[in-house]
Design a protein around this ligand. Structure first.
Ligand code: CO
Length: 231
């Protein structure tokens, strides 16, 4: 078949095989699952039966949906150790019923001790939010990051290097999401009776390392009075 624009010239047979390969790429996931089960059982025959009894994670992870930032893998933790919520650009949005349900369950039922908001440098969501690109529905979601940008515009515009500027916005966005977390009634309710620590981290895609931003928002008094609930 002659290629359009003269760039490719695949035969029908080659096209068929390319299509066939793509259509079946999902099978490696099922094969991977079989290896996972075999490996786990070879180390501990009760691995799954014990795990199935209950989950008692100490950590709630709020991370980006980016496929390169898997919570368990980059923290060397096992299934059962981290309760996970992921969305584009690790946002804490106070009208997001999905996130709020995860948060309430994590605090009230699982009684997690630490909540980690983990962003990552080179985040596509943050980069898009810095631009004027329009991508449909996702614009509404990224609008929350534009607000963070606007809030810190002076600091950001003083950074001339665009990579450094976007890296800084990634960090500022994590700090704002930590604050958004502290502004929820659920965390303030939990703080009444016990300690729950909130952490703001950024993961480096090109180093594999996590940087702790050491965000200091650990009690209602760390927030502007208007955000404190009389609980
Ligand atoms: Co991202």
């Amino acid at each position: 078949m002659p290629g359009h624009n003269g760039e490719h010239d695949y035969g029908y047979l080659e096209l068929f095989f390319r299509y066939f390969k793509m259509e079946n790429s999902y099978k490696k996931l099922l094969e991977g699952n079989e290896r996972f089960v075999t490996e786990k059982l070879s180390v501990d025959p009760d691995f799954f039966t014990n795990l199935a009894k209950q989950q008692t994670p100490e950590f709630l992870w709020i991370g980006c949906s980016d496929s390169r930032v898997p919570a368990n893998e980059i923290t060397g933790t096992k299934p059962g150790e981290i309760f996970v919520h992921r969305n584009i650009a690790n946002m804490v949005v106070h009208t997001d019923v999905n996130f709020l349900s995860v948060l309430q369950y994590a605090l009230e039922v699982l009684k997690v001790k630490h909540i980690i908001v983990c962003g990552h440098y080179g985040c596509g969501g943050v980069l898009t939010a810095m631009s004027q690109a329009s991508m449909g529905l996702v614009d509404t979601w990224l609008r929350n990051i534009k607000e963070v940008y606007a809030k810190h515009e002076e600091e950001l515009l003083a950074i001339e290097d665009m990579k450094k500027r976007s890296d800084r916005l990634v960090e500022l966005n994590v700090c704002e999401q930590v604050k958004n977390l502290a502004k929820t009634s659920f965390i303030q309710q939990a703080w009444k009776s016990r300690s729950v620590q909130i952490h703001g981290w950024v993961y480096g895609l090109d180093t594999g390392k996590i940087k702790d931003l050491e965000v200091k928002v650990q009690k209602p008094e760390d927030l502007d009075p208007v955000f404190r609930y009389d609980i």
